[in-house]
Ligand binder design. Structure first.
Ligand code: SF4
Length: 485
């Protein structure tokens, strides 16, 4: 039957390998041959079965017009997931929808109350859910295999999602050699290539290894006793997965200990809360006095790990004022704002925009460096809302003194300090707006965000926007009228 399509008496049987790509080919040909859904019986072809039907995915239909069937892109994407559903009616459903989409109902998928669309959406959701569960609940156990360490996991998926998830595990565990065994299909990664094999019984999966203890420790650490909702927990981690998860062994103990741990957490929280108050700057027009008072501030715990408070700097009659987030490692040691790598990039941007750094006032929303140790390094930690609120009076005192015509918020901490929590850098940057503190206020990137850009192209693009924002600020400073309180 090579190269031909035989038409039998209805219904007609179409055989194909049970995967989406194979079904797409035969479905396209069925459409080209104008086969209505009710005239087709879809027959999945096992690897050891010969083709039985009028055509299979390797054949070309007779007189098939060179027709391209147009369907919404979202249909193809969702259909590829529905194809992984265990339901035996999935191919019939997919073809039904395909037929209707290409026969006068191009907007069918928008009708969510339609029975076919409803079933289609439920199936897609079930597959997505199972994909997520497999990613969350696969646990590898290390075994020695031909002299190398191999990691093997056992999983029992409800749907045909092994191939669908293989790329995820490869990306996560690219440097490991691993196998995920399931009753229906197994996937193996040798560090370079995938291999798929037939399913195996659970008895072939290793039972215990040293990783188990690690998993239990990890789960014990992330378990939050204050948020224990056993119903929700069972929903997120359905019991049918428990038998393969080493950490579930400790759940009963964790639940038992939860009340005592919650009490301890509250006590610790109270202790932390008591370390916070709101800074109270002196009422003075003397910047030096203000800075001295700021250096002695103890309104939040950040001073404890910092070398010193870093106040703003620049002429007190500056027309432009820039606000960043907090001092970094270099600024904390040097005692001056924006003198580290981000500061150098800021200098470059200001210079390209035609702004003289010595003529602007530069400060931060939070005056002490917040960090955590990692080895010998001090790693920056973003200040939280309590840190920002405690420190805000110092920034407001600086704003009262400087009364800038143009205020530039560098990054999201500064933006939310000035405009509130609704401010977004990517969405709002480059727009001049009035704020409580300056007639012209703008959000732009923080220079350290440019340094952290994922690639050079993004970095270059963001830097160009950054400079153009600074240019706009300069222009605005020439035209703005002073309207600060
Ligand atoms: S970060 Fe601000 S509020 Fe906290 S101690 Fe330092 S100056 Fe005071």
């Amino acid at each position: 039957m090579n190269g031909t399509v035989a038409r039998k008496q209805q219904p007609e049987q179409i055989t194909f390998a049970p995967n989406f790509a194979a079904w797409q080919k035969v479905a396209r040909r069925a459409l080209a041959n104008d086969l209505a859904p009710e005239s087709i019986v879809w027959e999945e072809l096992g690897s050891d079965q010969p083709a039985l039907a009028i055509f299979n995915e390797h054949e070309t239909p007779v007189n098939a017009p060179d027709t391209r069937f147009r369907v919404p892109r979202s249909f193809v994407k969702s259909a590829s997931l529905v194809a992984c559903h265990r339901g035996s009616n999935r191919w019939t459903l997919l073809y039904h929808l395909l037929w209707r989409l290409t026969h006068g109902e191009p907007h069918l998928l928008e009708i969510v109350v339609d029975a076919d669309v409803h079933d289609f959406m439920l199936m897609e959701k079930a597959v997505r859910h199972e994909v997520h569960k497999m990613r969350a609940f696969v646990r590898f156990r290390a075994i020695e295999h031909d002299g190398v360490t191999w990691h093997v996991a056992w999983f029992e998926p409800e749907h045909h999602i092994v191939e669908l998830n293989a790329g995820f595990f490869r990306d996560r565990f690219a440097n490991m050699r691993w196998s995920i065994l399931t009753p229906e299909r197994c996937v193996h990664w040798d560090g370079r290539h995938f291999t798929f094999t037939a399913g195996v019984p659970k008895s072939e999966a290793p039972r215990q290894d040293a990783m188990e203890a690690l998993w239990r420790t990890y789960y014990g650490n992330i378990f939050n006793p204050a948020r224990v909702k056993t119903k929700a927990m069972r929903k997120e981690m359905p019991k049918r997965y428990w038998k393969n998860l080493p950490e579930t062994e400790i759940i009963p103990t964790l639940l038992e200990e939860a009340p005592a741990r919650v009490e301890k957490m509250f006590r610790e929280n109270d202790a932390r809360e008591s370390e916070y108050s709101i800074a109270q700057p002196p009422l003075t027009d003397d910047w030096e006095k203000l800075r001295e008072a700021g250096c002695a501030c103890r309104a939040c715990p950040l001073w404890k790990n910092a070398t010193q408070a870093v106040f703003g700097e620049g002429p007190l009659d500056s027309e432009i004022m820039l606000v960043g987030e907090q001092p970094g490692d270099v600024e904390d040691r040097g005692g001056r704002a924006f003198i580290g790598p981000a500061g150098q990039l800021l200098d470059q941007g200001l210079s390209e925009a035609g702004i003289d750094r010595t003529k602007v006032y530069i400060t931060n929303a939070v005056k002490h460096f917040k960090w955590e140790p990692r080895g010998k390094r001090r790693i920056h930690q973003t200040p939280n809302s309590r840190d920002i609120a405690a420190c805000r009076p110092w920034l407001e005192a600086e704003l009262r003194l400087i009364k800038p015509r143009v205020l530039i918020c560098l990054g999201s901490t500064a933006a939310t300090t000035i405009f509130g929590t609704g401010a977004r850098v990517l969405r709002d940057r480059g727009q001049m707006r009035e704020s409580k503190f300056a007639p012209k206020t703008m959000i732009t990137f923080h220079p350290s965000a440019l340094l952290r850009a994922p690639n050079e192209a993004t970095s270059a693009k963001q830097y160009a926007l950054f400079v153009s924002d600074l240019r706009l600020a300069l222009e605005s400073s020439k035209t703005a009228t002073q309207a600060c309180d």
